[in-house]
Design a protein around this ligand. Structure first.
Ligand code: NAP
Length: 273
């Protein structure tokens, strides 16, 4: 599908590298068809050495002639990158953005291209366990959509949505979601240390517990409340702990946190370049 496609990564940090890795490990594209760009020469050398791909410090050189151009820079850097790429990107190219908050209209307007995909992956993409939500301009034809789908599927699961508004929502839920999970794990490990476990043991117990809980939820597909009721005996330890969590307003805090991330994603999209 992508064998003869040249893919340029503009910004080759954590997510850019995860995408390169996913594409290569799934044998979707040959290394010499990938070109990565970024500001540092050492990073370009490192990427070439690790993945055998081409790498450059010149964004224009990377994007020129590429069939697919992946925008994988931080939101704050996007305005200067879009300016730099003006007139360079082929009119037939697929532009695939993973930049949080960056609206399709802005990218399309800056680059003058028809085929623009906006996506929101998340960090488990690094181990091909990611969840990516994406949408495309209505004028993106099936060939370009299929290319986007193939690239994103190399990161884990992908879900197409028709309405771009869902991208800000996905940013708050699945894009930012791993941060919530990491904080919850950290708090549990600290609680274990407070009880008297060594940090190493507390970490091991928490990690396996989280993995097991997610595993059973995915395996049974039961609603979380059903699973929670199954482990909550009358007058038992779970009931005592859950009462404290509810008293502390855990649900409200989570709802507020996710809403704050949603508002932040929209604000990033509205920010003037
Ligand atoms: N990380 C996540 O969990 C996650 C999840 C979903 C979406 N995203 C989105 O993915 C994008 C990239 O995030 P990331 O976590 O991969 O960030 P990152 O690791 O900081 O990667 C960004 C890369 O862009 C490079 N860069 C800086 N200025 C540049 C320029 N002018 N031209 C080309 N490259 C430039 C950086 O190089 P230097 O390091 O040398 O500055 C860095 O390698 C962001 O827009 C973010 O919203 C991230």
């Amino acid at each position: 599908m992508l064998k003869d496609t040249t893919i340029a990564f503009i910004g080759s940090g954590t997510m850019g590298e995860a995408m390169v890795k996913g594409l290569l490990e799934n044998h979707l594209v040959n290394p010499d068809h990938i070109i990565a760009s970024g500001p540092r020469e050492e990073r370009a050398e490192e990427l070439t050495k690790t993945y055998n791909i081409r790498a450059t410090t010149d964004n224009r050189e990377a994007a020129k002639g590429a069939d697919d151009v992946v925008l994988s820079v931080k939101p704050q850097v996007l305005p200067s990158v879009l300016e730099e790429l003006q007139g360079v990107v082929s009119k037939d190219a697929l532009i695939l953005s993973i930049v949080a908050g960056a609206k399709i209209a802005r990218i399309r307007g800056a680059l003058g291209t028809e085929f623009v995909v906006r996506s929101m992956p998340n960090i488990p993409a690094q181990i091909m366990q990611g969840m990516t939500v994406w949408t495309a301009t209505p004028s993106t034809d099936e060939r370009h959509r299929q290319q986007a789908r193939t690239i994103l599927a190399a990161l884990g699961d992908e879900l197409f949505v028709k309405d771009e508004n869902y991208l800000d929502m996905a940013t708050a839920l699945s894009g930012t979601g791993p941060a919530y999970a990491f904080l919850f794990m950290e708090a549990l490990v600290d609680a274990g240390v407070h009880l008297g476990f060594s940090r190493r043991v507390a970490h091991q117990l928490v990690l396996k517990t989280m993995q097991g809980a997610v595993g059973i939820a995915a395996h049974t597909m039961k609603h979380p409340v059903e699973l929670r009721n199954d482990v909550t005996s009358p007058g038992g330890t779970s009931a005592a702990a859950l009462y404290e969590l509810e008293q502390g307003g855990l649900r409200t805090v989570i709802a507020k946190a996710v809403w704050a991330a949603y508002e932040r994603s929209k604000a990033l999209g509205d920010a003037k370049p």
